[in-house]
Design a protein around this ligand. Structure first.
Ligand code: 9MR
Length: 365
């Protein structure tokens, strides 16, 4: 499945068929300019190889997005392939594309429990002094390299424990094991010390829905950032990933109250990884797209009304989404998921229109 849906032939053929100006008429104005008219920044996750090999994909990213975030490319896995070595090739391709198209880039992510090579995991297991040295070297190398192109970093990603498998505040992670619970404070302090002007963001999932687990996750995220602020730790923003579960309960008041609590702490709030994960039924695309659009509109409108100002989707077109490329995410009925604003032919779906209406403060019919 991965091979079938990874970039390549299918989309290169699509590129050949449509690149000569045959994009659908209704997509001539991208979400980026619709959002900008209403004071909102819209963007999406991108992958460097697709920007370089798929002309239709690249054109869609240029048209739709004012902000880019590397889906990979800025994780330890990509930046630190071997001990003592940095590889900025994917990141540079993305920041280069962004510079050419007047887009800003968010960095994702400096500290995460996942996406590290075995050498990094071994280094973190070698004790706190070694772990701190690696973290400092990483921040020196990465923040220094990207200082001119990335001004907003997810300093930490998904550090809060999941309520369904832990009663702790922090998730088990190589960083926690190496440096103890103060590792987050340390990462944010070290990042600020290296570059006073960066926006330092904490990013997490599982805060979106009206379920007991999400309510508890919201409580934990608030407790984490309140504690950091009480300790004088520099943190500027909280990213709500927004991997929505299409049929999970949603409450605008519950989410708005969470966003306002973060805003009251002086933190910016943004949506960083929006997409809609579907259950396996029904198979007809029309009701699926309608339901995805409805929850997208409710979620985005709520965050914007409560003071959020930026919205990034986790990709732009369905076939390239992790919901389709990762076998573990596959629908039980085998049909491709439809999690993103554009379909496989780069045509706007109802989700695209839901975003446009949410940016404009218009209701969803
Ligand atoms: O979508 C990303 C996928 O292509 C990568 O293989 C994976 C591991 O690096 O990360 C995925 O992105 C995740 C993001 O970094 C953090 N939040 C959840 C995203 C989806 O798993």
């Amino acid at each position: 499945m991965v091979a079938a849906l990874r970039p390549g032939r299918r989309h290169l053929l699509a590129a050949a068929a449509t690149v000569a100006g045959a994009l659908p008429a209704q997509a001539t104005e991208g979400l980026r300019s619709i959002a900008a008219r209403h004071g909102v920044t819209y963007g999406c996750a991108v992958q460097a190889d697709w920007l370089q090999t798929d002309a239709v994909y690249a054109a869609a990213i240029a048209r739709e997005a004012a902000a880019l975030v590397p889906e990979g490319g800025a994780k330890w896995w990509d930046l630190r392939p071997a001990e003592g070595r940095f590889d900025f090739s994917a990141l540079d391709a993305i920041t280069g594309f962004a510079a050419k198209h007047g887009q800003v880039v968010r960095g994702h992510t400096l500290v995460w429990h996942a996406a590290m090579r075995p050498w990094t995991e071994a280094a973190l297991e070698a004790g706190p002094a070694r772990a701190r040295r690696e973290l400092e070297a990483h921040l020196d190398g990465v923040l220094g390299h990207a200082a001119g192109s990335i001004r907003d970093w997810d300093v930490a990603n998904e550090a809060v424990a999941d309520p369904w498998n832990s009663t702790e505040l922090l998730k088990d992670s190589p960083w926690l094991r190496a440096l103890g619970p103060a590792y987050l404070d340390l990462a944010f302090r070290l990042a600020r010390a290296r570059d006073l002007g960066l926006t330092l963001t904490y990013n997490d999932y599982g805060c979106e829905h009206d379920t007991p687990h999400d309510a508890e996750k919201r409580r934990r995220v608030l407790a984490l950032v309140r504690g950091m602020l009480d300790r004088g730790v520099p943190i500027d923003a909280v990213g709500l990933q927004g991997h929505l579960h299409r049929d999970a309960a949603f409450s605008a008041p519950a989410l708005a109250s969470f966003v306002r609590s973060l805003r009251d702490l002086g933190l910016a709030v943004l949506i960083t990884e929006l997409d809609v994960i579907e259950p396996p039924e029904p198979s007809d695309p029309a009701p699926r797209d309608a339901a995805a659009a409805a929850i997208t509109h409710a979620f985005v409108s709520t965050v914007l009304e409560a003071g959020g100002r930026a919205v990034l989707t986790w990709g732009i077109t369905d076939p390239y989404s992790w919901a389709n490329t990762e076998p573990a995410m596959a629908r039980a009925d085998g049909l491709p998921g439809r999690p993103l604003p554009l379909d496989a032919g780069f045509r706007p779906k109802p989700m695209w229109h839901a975003l446009a209406r949410a940016f404009a403060g218009q209701p969803w019919p």
